[in-house]
Structure formats: structure tokens, C-alpha cells
Design a protein around this ligand. Structure first.
Ligand code: DON
Length: 302
């Protein structure tokens, strides 16, 4: 199979298709991106990286950061975390407040915002600085020492993140956040505001398709990675997780910056980026490209 040819062809297809969806604008700064860019990168387990389109352009990773903070947390302490967060698909928008009260302050999963705040809180306790721990990890895994936070996006999330603040205080009222809310929020916003390209992300997530082996050795055990991929498949794309499993058939994690990280266990890690989002907050072009890619390669877990 000629993977480079396939990626070039997918990019040409996306460019020729009328654009769908809109760029997220609830975080000021995200909407200034040229909406019709599209990039894809595939990091093979054998070591090669293939890429096409705007694959080296940096974008805001947003909720894709949640996969990495979860990985770093379960590497240090898996058991405690699962008493504070469930592992069920939410079926509600990623920033919903309703379900949290219903379920007595235990978030449905670590990938909705409330769950990610609990993960960040735990990582803060375990490391003292969850954002620095994440940034160091991403630089090492992507072999890119210049990965940084986009400070303007971090500041704008801080100014406008009223829902996240509500979720954080709500979690505290159930004793499910132990660190001060402003500290947890600051770490969470900085994690979301990290800027990476498709090439960085595909390489950075390679441990997920390589049974836990990252750029400098083991990140997670094979069992931990299998479980993390299961949570991505069932919860990584919010209320669209069923449709993703049906159309793409791979564990995926999306972000409102328009990126999606997908894992073909044993084969490769894929990153796509297209800033226009469909109604569930996932990149519209990204889903289309991933569905075509898995159809043409057979890279599906099913
Ligand atoms: O907290 C937020 O709302 C954003 N920083 C992240 C949301 C996000 O990426 C959801 N993904 N689809």
C-alpha cells in the first residue's frame, strides 16, 4: 500500500468537497484560524511518518490534551482515579452541567470537561505541576522541543471559561476536586492551549498504537494502553462516539481546535486537522478523512 499516495489523495478529496461546519468561536482566538486548512499525518509503528496538506501547521490541541493527561495520571496511579471518574459514554455535550448533579459529582468519563478537571486535579497532586509534566512529555514523545502553550488562547480561555469554572466549583462541592479551583483551572486551560501540528501529534501519540512504548521507552503497560484505547473509542468523541465507531472504527480523541487523534493499535497513530466543526464539536473534514482512510486501508479495530 502506498500510504503517501493515499494521504495526498485524501487531501485532494477534502479540498474538492464543499466545506461543512464552523470554526469554534466560544474561545476567542480559535475563530481567527483560516477555516479551510486541512492536514493529516500518520506515524507508523515501524518508524516512518507520512503526511500531507497542512500537516506541519500548529493548532490548538484543546481536548486532545485529555488523552495525554489521562495517560500520565494512570501511569502514576490508576486505581485512585477510577473511584473519582466513571468510564461510560456521556451522550451529552462535553461541557454539560446537568449530568454531574444527577451523578453526585462523579463525571461520566475522563474526556468530558468535568472528568478532565478531575484528572488534572489528580495529576496536580501527583506531580505538583500537571501542565509542565504534560508539556515535557509531549516534547519528548514528539521529538519537538519547541512545543509551547499559545498564551493568547490560554488567557482567553481563562477569561471566558465560566462553564469550566462552574464545573470545577461544583466538583469541589462534592469533594471531587482537592486542589484550589483557580489552580486546577489554570492548569487545565494551559493544557488545552498547547499548540502542536499533525506531525507532532501523530508521533506524540505513538505509544498508544505501540502497546505503551513511547519515544524513550515504556510509558504505559500494554494492559493500560488497551484500557485507555477502549475509553477513547467509547468516550473520546462525546455524543458522536457511536457514529465514530461506525464510520471510523478506531479509538479517537477530538478537540475543538479541529484536531483528531486516532489510534490503529499495532499499526499506526493518525492525526488529522480541519478547523470547521460538526454539531458535536468534532472536525467535520477530519471525520470524513478518517472514515475514508480506514475504509481504504482496513485499519479498523472491528
Ligand atoms: O474546555 C473547553 O471547553 C475547551 N478548552 C476544550 C473543549 C474541547 O476541545 C472539546 N472537544 N471537542
Amino acid at each position: 500500500m502506498n500510504i503517501q499516495y493515499l494521504l495526498d489523495d485524501l487531501v485532494a478529496d477534502i479540498k474538492a468537497t464543499p466545506p461543512e461546519g464552523n470554526v469554534a468561536d466560544y474561545i476567542p482566538g480559535l475563530e481567527t484560524v483560516d477555516p479551510d486548512q486541512f492536514g493529516i499525518a500518520v506515524a507508523m509503528n515501524s518508524g516512518e511518518t507520512y503526511s500531507a496538506g497542512n500537516s506541519s501547521t500548529e493548532f490548538s490541541i484543546q481536548s486532545i490534551s485529555k488523552v495525554f493527561t489521562l495517560a500520565l495520571t494512570i501511569a502514576k496511579d490508576e486505581d485512585d482515579l477510577w473511584t473519582r471518574v466513571s468510564r461510560e459514554p456521556s451522550g451529552t455535550p462535553f461541557n454539560s452541567l446537568v449530568q454531574l448533579e444527577h451523578e453526585h459529582g462523579i463525571p461520566r468519563n475522563p474526556f468530558i470537561n468535568s472528568g478532565a478537571l478531575v484528572v488534572t486535579d489528580r495529576l496536580l497532586t501527583l506531580t505538583g505541576d500537571s501542565h509542565a509534566c504534560l508539556q515535557t512529555f509531549l516534547r519528548e514523545q514528539s521529538s519537538n522541543p519547541s512545543i509551547e502553550v499559545n498564551e493568547a488562547i490560554a488567557a482567553s480561555e481563562s477569561l471566558t471559561g465560566h462553564r469550566n469554572a462552574s464545573l470545577a466549583y461544583f466538583l469541589t462541592s462534592y469533594q471531587n476536586l482537592v486542589n484550589p479551583v483557580p489552580e486546577v483551572l489554570n492548569a487545565y486551560f494551559r493544557q488545552c492551549a498547547i499548540a502542536m501540528s499533525c506531525e507532532d501529534l501523530a508521533r506524540g501519540g505513538s505509544f498508544l498504537s505501540r502497546g505503551g512504548i513511547g519515544a524513550n521507552g515504556r510509558v504505559l503497560t500494554a494492559d493500560q494502553v488497551r484500557r485507555l484505547n477502549a475509553v477513547m473509542l467509547t468516550c473520546g468523541t462525546y455524543d458522536a462516539a457511536g457514529d465514530f465507531a461506525y464510520r471510523v472504527g478506531l479509538p479517537c480523541k477530538s478537540g475543538v481546535g479541529g484536531g483528531i487523534l486516532a489510534v490503529a493499535p499495532g499499526t499506526c497513530t493518525i492525526a488529522v486537522w480541519g478547523p470547521r466543526l460538526g454539531k458535536s464539536g468534532n472536525s467535520a473534514a477530519g471525520v470524513t478523512a478518517l472514515a475514508k482512510l480506514t475504509e481504504r486501508t482496513g485499519w479498523s479495530v472491528f
